[in-house]
Structures are given as C-alpha cells and as structure tokens.
Design a binder for this molecule. Structure first.
Ligand code: C2E
Ligand code: MG
Ligand code: MG
Ligand code: MG
Length: 279
C-alpha cells in the first residue's frame, strides 16, 4: 500500500468500486441460475405508427426479477452476461419467448403482430446464430416477417465486412433488421449504405435534447435525411412529451416509442394496447 494515497497518479480502488465489483460477481454467479429459477421476464413496449396512430408492434425488453435485489435492469446484467458468456443462453430464451408471445397474439387477434428483439454483439457473432434463429422460428411457427432484430450501431462497425454478410443471411430468411441507439456510435457512412438494414432507431438522447437548441433540432433533421437517403424507416425512441411527438411528426418520422405512449408492460397489459388508437 502506498503510504500517502494522494501521491498515487490515480485512484486504484475505493469502497464504491469494491461494492460494485462484489455485486457484479454476486450477480454474475446468480445469473447462471436465473433461467432455471424462472426469474427472467420480458416486458413489451408498443411502437406507434404515425401515419395511422396504430400499434405497429412491440419491443421486447428483458427484466431480471432478483429474489433479493428486486428488478435488475438489463443495463446492469446484460454486460455481465456478455462477459461470462451467458448471453448466448439468455439470448436464445429471449428470442423464443418473444416469438411465442407474438404467435399467441397473432392467434388471439387474427393478424400478425411485429416483435422486436434486442440482440447483443456477442450473441450475433456467435457461431450458429442464424441457425438458432431459424430453429426458433420453426419451433414457434412465427413468420420471419414478424421478427425484427435490433442491433446496436457500435456492433455494425466492429467488423463491417462480416456483419454485412451476417445481416444478408438474416434478411434472406425474411427478418427485419433495425439499427438501435443510432447516433451514439461512430458509423462510417460508406459502410452504412452497404448494410442491409430496414429500420433506424434514433437514440433517445436526440429526442430528449431536441428543443435545447436549434443545433440539436437540426441534428435530428439530419438523421432523418440520412435515413431517407439510405431508404430506411425511422423510429424515434424515448418520446415523453406531446411537443416531441408533434415535432417528430412534422419532421417525417415513421414510428415513435416512449413513455408518452406507454412504459414497457407485462404481456397481459400489452394485449390491451394492440387495438388501441394512439392519435
Ligand atoms: P434499448 O434497446 O435502446 O431500449 C430502450 C430503453 O429505453 C429501454 O430500457 C426502455 O425501457 C427505455 N425507454 C423507452 N421509452 C422511454 C422513454 O420515453 N424515456 C426513457 N427515459 N426511457 C425509455 P431498458 O428496458 O432498461 O433496456 C435498456 C437496454 O438494455 C436496451 O436499450 C437494450 O440495449 C438492452 N436490452 C433490453 N432487453 C434486452 C434483451 O433481451 N437482450 C439484449 N441483448 N439486450 C437487451
Ligand atoms: Mg432496442
Ligand atoms: Mg435504443
Ligand atoms: Mg439502448
């Protein structure tokens, strides 16, 4: 131990970090049992289509109902699952659960319901991912056209050449591909226009700061213009106010999602939103 801590060039460890690391370790080992103990659950947030105000589908969002810590956010446990490899198993569970739910709604409502599933980098780049998706679709009998995969912008640019190939394979099956959290990564425009994508999801931070300055407003306009030239539909996430909704409508956004409409909810509640008219 250094005699005088202030002489250290930077702090190496503090109590908060220690507590955080302990929690991480604890959560990591408990996460292994979360599936067999049935502690994982999916919530569904509606995606609203602006041209007619109808529910266009749902995004499936994962929750961990921890026996002691209560509901743990995916922002906390997905990175852990990514680092210990559990994401593969968890990802398969999410995919199957979401497809089953979409199929159940389809039977109940007599029409296809679109479902969006978040997939992480490690999951996408694992061998057999395309086969696993195909198997899940066969098993649940869901049409591939009803399934959308959301991949983050940072993933796309990690290894663009193999990503392009992978996305082509998924598209060939009939899936829809969305790019999540757009604007927060560092996309190379030359690669972006070669990526087989369908949807661009504008990150919440842009919607949040839309009215802060003229500069911020034009940022979102530029993203929409870019999407148009790439022939992608745009979803704005994190819409919380009527003013944001109206502005996004004026700007020609296609879909919106956010607390202004609904929080992510349990499947029983989501069922009641399927035929809801939002506008
Ligand atoms: P994301 O895919 O960008 O999802 C949007 C997040 O914003 C969700 O947080 C959602 O609950 C939240 N949100 C939606 N509308 C609003 C709003 O109006 N205001 C605010 N402040 N927040 C809003 P959540 O559910 O905590 O998920 C966080 C992230 O965790 C997701 O970001 C996604 O990257 C990841 N995630 C969630 N479920 C899964 C999953 O099944 N698999 C993987 N790999 N990642 C997941
Ligand atoms: Mg998402
Ligand atoms: Mg997002
Ligand atoms: Mg996100």
């Amino acid at each position: 131990f250094a005699k005088n801590q202030s002489e250290l060039p930077y702090a190496i460890f503090n109590d908060d970090m220690l507590a955080e690391n302990m929690l991480r370790l604890e959560l990591g080992s408990q996460l292994r049992h979360s599936l067999e103990r049935d502690e994982l659950a999916l919530l569904y947030q509606p995606m609203v289509q602006l041209c007619d105000g109808k529910t266009a589908g749902f995004e499936a969002l994962l929750r961990w109902e921890h026996p002691e810590h209560g509901t743990v956010s995916p922002n906390t446990f997905i990175p852990i699952a990514e680092s210990n490899g559990l994401i593969i198993e968890i990802g398969k569970w999410v995919l199957r659960k979401a497809c089953q739910q979409a199929m159940q709604w389809q039977e109940e409502f007599g029409r296809p319901i679109m479902i969006s599933v978040n997939v992480s980098v490690r999951q996408l780049s694992s061998t057999g991912f395309v086969e696993a998706v195909t198997e899940t679709l066969e098993e649940t009998k869901l049409q591939p056209e009803c399934l959308k995969l959301e991949v983050t912008e940072s993933f796309l640019m990690q290894d663009p050449e193999s990503t392009i190939e992978l996305l082509h394979q998924l598209r060939r099956i009939g899936l829809t591909i969305g790019i999540d959290d757009f604007g927060t990564g560092y996309s190379s425009l030359s690669y972006l226009h070669r990526m087989p994508l369908d949807i661009l999801k504008v990150d919440r931070s842009f919607v949040e700061s839309m009215f802060d300055s003229e500069k911020n407003a034009s940022l979102i306009r530029s993203i929409l213009a870019l999407a148009k030239s790439l022939e992608l539909n745009v979803v704005a996430e994190g819409v919380e106010t009527l003013a944001q909704l109206q502005r996004l409508q004026d700007l020609g956004c296609h879909f919106v999602q956010g607390f202004y409409f609904s929080q992510p909810v349990k499947p029983e509640c989501a069922s009641e939103l399927i035929n809801h008219r939002w506008l």
